[in-house]
Design a binder for this molecule. Structure first.
Ligand SMILES: C[S@@+](CC[C@H](N)C(=O)[O-])C[C@H]1O[C@@H](n2cnc3c(N)ncnc32)[C@H](O)[C@@H]1O
Length: 217
């Protein structure tokens, strides 16, 4: 289903509120447009950057990093927060190589660590805890990712999940596909768990922002 969730005017307005990006990031945006590669885009990317700055994130784990566009926003935040590590994780070697080229050009070689592999499995293997985890993997794997994320995110940490509207498919009761069900299930799992305080922010395709409640930590 092709479905423009936000009115094009509103979407364009939100994207154009974001300050100009470096030339390399603009080239990444242009490449995504030309090849129809699904990146988070300026408004959602900038919002991720804002959240990472707000919680002073130094350790970020990204699940499903593509060619590194969303990674660039997190890397900028971590660098400005005083340095740390952003895990770039994708199962495609070529995308990982492309990301490294872009992110090195942007000056993030000291911040980004590259892993080629399945993201949930990789997260389960690396040492936590993380201040922030960003989830943008294949949607049918969303539910099974949650227990691993919960284990690796520090109390007081933030989880961001993309595509919570799934281009409007979640509103179609006849759509029982594994991807749509994956988005619905994750939404239900988080919103019904008292250990999470969450909200879905209607930027682009819907970003879930969830705070892992940990008292005053
Ligand atoms: C939607 S794109 C992400 C784009 C990136 N987050 C951005 O906004 O710039 C998702 C990427 O993650 C990869 N991917 C999907 N599921 C994955 C998984 N379970 N493990 C590793 N990579 C995955 C896809 O092949 C694709 O390259």
């Amino acid at each position: 289903m092709v479905w423009e969730l936000l009115a094009p005017q509103l979407r364009q307005y939100l994207d154009t509120r974001v300050p100009p990006r470096p030339a390399e990031m603009q080239a990444m945006e242009a490449y995504a447009r030309e090849t129809r590669f699904p990146i988070v885009g300026p408004a959602a990317g900038n919002f991720c950057y804002l959240l990472a700055r707000l919680i002073r994130a130094r350790r970020v784990f990204e699940m499903g990093s593509g060619f590194g566009y969303s990674t660039a926003w997190f890397a900028r935040a971590v660098q400005e927060n005083g340095g740390g590590t952003v895990f770039h994780v994708v199962w495609d070697e070529e995308l990982s190589r492309r990301a490294r080229k872009h992110l090195n050009t942007l000056g993030f070689e000291d911040v980004v660590q590259y892993h080629v592999g399945e993201a949930v499995e990789t997260l389960s293997r690396v040492e936590g805890p993380f201040d922030l985890i960003f989830n943008d993997i294949d949607k049918e794997a969303y539910p099974k990712s949650l227990p691993v994320i919960t284990e690796k995110l520090r109390p007081g940490g933030v989880l961001i999940v993309d595509n919570m509207f799934w281009q409007g498919r979640i509103f179609d009761d006849a759509d029982r596909s594994a991807t749509t069900q994956g988005v619905r299930d994750l939404t239900r799992m988080i919103s019904s768990d008292p250990g999470w305080i969450s909200s879905i922010v209607p930027i682009r395709d819907g970003l879930l922002v969830a705070y892992r409640d940990g008292g005053n930590t």
